[in-house]
Design a protein around this ligand. Sequence first.
Ligand code: 2P0
Length: 333
Amino acid sequence: MSEHREFEQVTAKAHANIALIKYWGKRDEQLFLPMNSSLSITLDKFYTETSVHFCEDLKADVFIFNKCIANVAETNKVSRYLDHIRKMAGVERYAMVQSINYVPTAAGFASSASGYAALSSAAARAIGLDVDEKKLSQLARIGSGSASRSIFGGFVEWTKGNLDDGSDCYARQIEEESYWDLCILAIQLSDKKKSISSRAGMKHTVETSPFYNIWVKEAEKDLGLLKDALQQKDFERFGHVTESNALKMHATTLGANPPYWYWEAGTISVMNQVRQLRDSGVLAFFTMDAGPNVFVICQQKDKEVVENTLLTLDEIEQIYVCQPGPGVTYLSK
Ligand code: 2P0
């Protein structure tokens, strides 16, 4: 059906994001439909660049990751994802996919959001699908939930929707990256261990944690409070809601059976240090994803004092200073 069409190579660049209201739990695992809506900031420093070319002469998909041929498991994951795109486009060609990750994944920062946002954007355009950003966020979502938010820059809300087919579940930008010059310090800890994946962790929590239903209600409430603080640019309220929402997400893991947690000693040290900073009059707030690393949010004027204070902790290996970043862009060759 597609034998004689010419397909261009397309390269897309997508940034990682940090959730302030967390996505934690799915109501549909196949369609990646979340139990609760979430809100994130796209990060300028961490991103993935992915090129996709649907070639006539390939006998299978080829996936090159960070300049090396990926293993079978990684290639199969990409292939399964491309099958959705091929089905939508009615095209049967295999693709050459080359991806470079500028997210320090070995350091425990997640890359699935930027990875699937870049892959979906490049693949959709390379195969000739005419999709708007809303549809693109839905396409990215079926690779990894948090990727739906990485299509957009700045402050992004992913609405959970209610329909079984997921047609009302998508992300959208609520404020541009220039709206508020916040600073997000991504703190890499030296004592991290390999933790349970977020996918497995959220499933286990939904299935076994007695706190889970309370989480869903609290997350929806927190989302309203955070959006209000964002509109008012009330940083103190914004920070308290962010911190509280992260703690509630992590509390669900303690109630799971068997219980588990993502924190290490360094996680607690950073949390304590952030609270001490606040006691001394510096507004800084923490949040953690499904891993021990901590993100500290502050205002630009306090960036140096927050960074220098945190750097006194032995458990910290490195700090990446980020700001709100852009949505997906396409790079020309
Ligand atoms: C988030 N996390 O909102 C939450 C907070 C981790 C903690 O989205 O199964 O890799 O691929 O949809 O997107 C990480 O989960 O999970 C995540 P899948 P994903 O950022």
